[in-house]
Design a binder for this molecule. Structure first.
Ligand code: ATP
Ligand code: MG
Length: 335
């Protein structure tokens, strides 16, 4: 038998995930045919415009979709165990334990009626079996590490006594307290100023080094991806349209959507206001199946063949770990 501490294979494998939201008679196909793996100690960036299915993917993995949301197909394997089939009680142990999530909206995950230290300590008591006192000490140490000044005193306060940025950091501390193997961080630094953002990203990097933490980092910020991600998944209209090592994808995108995203990032010599946004709107996801490339209506390189069917996620060169949903060659996309 292999070493039980480090089983072989990726920590997380998502296979052919399809997630829908049903609202009255509408079916929103939020996630379509999404497959990827996350290795131990790897930071995978999940990037895409608003509505591309980033949060729906994260929420599906932890089965935290709202009542109108449902996984309709696919598997989510954590060390080979399919989380989509796990009994609720076991799933609750996974959440905040082996897999933790930082949510996009910090107010939804902090209880306004509990002191910060009480809610943080609960994680340590529940998932690590610590005494209340040790759990509070660890919570305070982590609050300090995420950059909350005067952490001991702050911990005795309530969420409403903190600024939005501090609440966000308290949530990050809470997610890390249970010593997760996988952290799903949904826009963890978007609301924070750049100094604090850099500090949080540095902390994530340290935890990857120290304990082989794996991270799915959801963001719309390619700068953040460039800084910390090993690999990147580019999402569009609920699909992965391009994936590969972050360095390669950012340096030489193979999908016109990734190119457009990169062009929408303000250059260092530009100032806000000159930000070039992508022409047009993403397609609606409640109009049935697609019979053309989902990006075709906005693509500057579109041709007739793009209108006949949705391209599969495939390598340009057979066997390459770089995949994209585009029929054009990388050279054509680079033009
Ligand atoms: P953002 O960057 O704005 O956070 P996102 O990539 O996280 O966007 P999702 O929240 O995953 O996007 O949404 C994917 C699709 O599902 C969108 O079309 C969105 O409108 C739809 N959607 C999300 N939540 C619901 C819901 N509760 N009911 C119906 N549709 C929803
Ligand atoms: Mg989101």
């Amino acid at each position: 038998m292999s070493d039980p501490k480090t089983p072989p294979g990726p920590l997380l494998t998502v296979e052919d995930l399809h997630t829908e939201y049903r609202v009255e008679s509408r079916v929103v196909r939020a996630v379509t045919e999404v497959s990827f793996a996350v290795a131990r100690g790897e930071i995978v960036g999940l990037v895409g415009e608003s509505g591309s299915g980033k949060s729906a993917t994260g929420l599906s993995i932890l089965r935290l979709l709202p009542p109108e949301g449902r996984i309709v197909r696919g598997r989510v394997l954590l060390d080979g165990t399919d989380l989509t089939k796990l009994p609720d009680a076991e799933m609750r142990r996974v959440r905040g334990g082996r897999v933790a999530m930082i949510f996009q909206d910090p107010m939804t995950s902090l209880n306004p009626y509990l002191r910060i230290e009480e809610q943080l300590a609960e994680v340590g008591v529940l998932h690590l079996g610590l005494s209340q006192k040790d759990a509070i000490d660890q919570a305070v140490a982590l609050l300090d590490r995420v950059g909350i000044p005067d952490a001991r005193r702050r911990a005795r306060g309530y969420p409403h006594e903190m600024s939005g940025g501090m609440r966000q950091r308290a949530m990050i501390a809470m997610a890390l307290l249970g010593k997760p193997e996988l952290l799903i961080a949904d826009e963890p630094t978007t609301a924070l100023d750049v100094t604090i953002q850099a500090q949080i990203l540095e902390l994530l990097r340290e935890l990857v080094q120290e304990r082989g933490l794996s991270v799915i980092l959801v963001t719309h910020d390619l700068g953040v991806i460039a800084e910390v991600a090993d690999r990147v998944l580019v999402m569009y209209a609920g699909r992965i349209v391009e994936t590969g090592s972050a360095r390669d994808v950012l340096a030489r995108p193979e999908h016109p959507y990734t190119t457009a995203l990169l062009r929408s990032v303000p250059q260092l010599d530009q100032r806000a206001g000159r930000l070039e946004s992508i022409q047009g709107m993403p397609p609606r996801l409640d109009q049935g199946l697609f019979t053309e490339c989902t990006f075709a209506p906005r693509c500057r390189l579109v041709r007739d063949a793009c209108r006949t069917a949705e391209p599969p996620l495939a390598p340009a060169v057979a066997g390459s770990p770089r995949l994209r949903r585009c029929i054009l060659s990388p050279d054509e996309v680079a033009k």
